[in-house]
Write a protein that binds this ligand. Sequence first.
Ligand code: SAJ
Length: 437
Amino acid sequence: MNAVARRLEEQLQARSAVVGVIGLGYVGLPLAVAFCRAGFRVIGVDADRRRLDGLSRGDSPVEDVSSLALGECLAGGRLRVTDSPASLGEADAIIICVPTPLSKSKEPDISHIVAAGDAVARVLRDGQLVVLESTTYPGTTEEILLPRFSGPARAVGEHFFLAFSPERVDPGNTTHTLRSIPKVVGGVTPSCKALAQTLYAQVVERVVPVSSPRAAEMVKLFENVFRSVNIALVNELAILCRRLGLSVWEIIGAAATKPFGFMPFSPGPGIGGHCLPSDPHYLAWKARLAGYEARFIAFADEINGGMPRYVVELAADALNARERSVKGSRILALGVAYKAGVGDVRDSPALDIIEALSDKGARVDYVDPHVPEVAAGRLALKSLAWEDAALGDYDLVIVLTAHPEFDARRLVSEARLVLDTRNLTGLLGPHEHVIRL
Ligand code: SAJ
C-alpha cells in the first residue's frame, strides 16, 4: 500500500472517513444506515426527487429500514440525502447501488451504472475508493468504470481505488441481516481489495475476498442462476407430478429429509422480484459474447416464465370441472407481492395471472395486506381486507403469495373452490375442493 492507500485505510479504521452511497433503494439505504450506525458520516445520493423528499421527512421507502432508524441517522446529522452527485467529492469511499434492469429484448441495461460512473468521474479525487454493488455481468467494473476514472495522472491502486462487492440483500429476511451476511469483495489491485475489505469490515461480520472484480461479479450471478435453475426444476417437477397423479409437495417434502446433498425449493406461480427474473440474463448475455449459449439459464427462464400461463390453465380446468367457465366467474387472488412477507410487486407473476384471467372475462378481486393497490395490466385494483373478504362468494380463490396473514383453515372452510399455488393449505390434508400446484 502506498501513502495514499494507507491514509484511507486509517480513515476507514478510525471511521472518520465519509461514505457516499449512490442509489437509496433496497440495497443502498440499508447500507447507508449501517455505516451511519457504525459512526461514519454518510452522503446518500438518489436521482428520485420524490424518494428524497420522503427520506428527508424520515419516511423509509424500504421495508428492511425502519423510519425510526432512518430518523435517528438524519437527526444525528450523520446522514445527508441529496440529489446532487457533486457532493460525493467529500466522500472518501463511494458505493454505487443503482438498478441494473433488462431492456425489452432482455439485454443488460447498464445505463444507471454508466450515469453513476460519469457522475463519480466528475468528482473523483486522489484517495477515494469506489465500490460497485449493482448486480451486473463479469467485466463491468473494469470495462465501464475503470476507464472513466483513470487518467494520465491518475492510476488505479495508486491515486484512486476500485472494487466490486455484490449485494446479497434478501428483502424481508430477518434471520440473515446485512451484518450477518458474508460480503464478497474483489479489487482491481491488491490495495483496492484491501481497502474494500476494510470498508466493509466496519459493518459486516465476515468479508470474503476474491481474486478480481470479475470473480465477484460472477459469484453474484452464479448465486442467482443457482436459484433460478433450481426453482425451474421444481416447477417442471410440479407439472410432471400432476401428469403422473403425484403431489409435488409430498415428493419435495420427503426428498428434503435427505440430510446431505439436497436443498429444497418450492414450486410456485412463477418468479418475481428485482433479481431472479433479470440477473441471470446478464450472465447469458456475457456468455453469448464469449461464444457460448448458457442453456440452463435460457431453459430456466422458459420454465419459470411459463408458470403464470400454467396456473391460468389450472384455474380454467378447475372451474370447468365444476361446469363454470372463466368468463363470468368471480375469482379472488390471495397475494400479489412477488413473495411472502413483502409488499414488492416488481415482476410479480400474480399480476400476469390476474390480468390473464380478467382478459378471459373473469371478475378478479385481490387481497394483499402488504399491497393496498396495484395495477395489473389495464386493471387498477384495490386490496380487499382479509378479514372482510367473503371467500364463499367467489367461484374460485387462488393463493398466489403465502403471506402469513392468510389463515389456511378459514380459507378451506369458507371457500367453495381453492387453487393453492404455494401449498398454504398443505398441512390441512386433502380436500376435494382444494387443488394444489
Ligand atoms: N421462489 C420460488 N421458489 C423458491 C424460492 C423462490 O418460486 O423455492 C420465487 C419467489 O416466490 C420469488 C422469486 O422466486 O417470486 C425470487 O425469490 P427469492 O427468494 O430469490 O427472493 P429475492 O429475489 O427477493 O431475493 C433473492 C435473494 N434470496 C435468497 O437468497 C433467499 C438472493 O438471491 C439475493 O440476495 C437477492 O435475490 C438479490 O438481491 O439478488
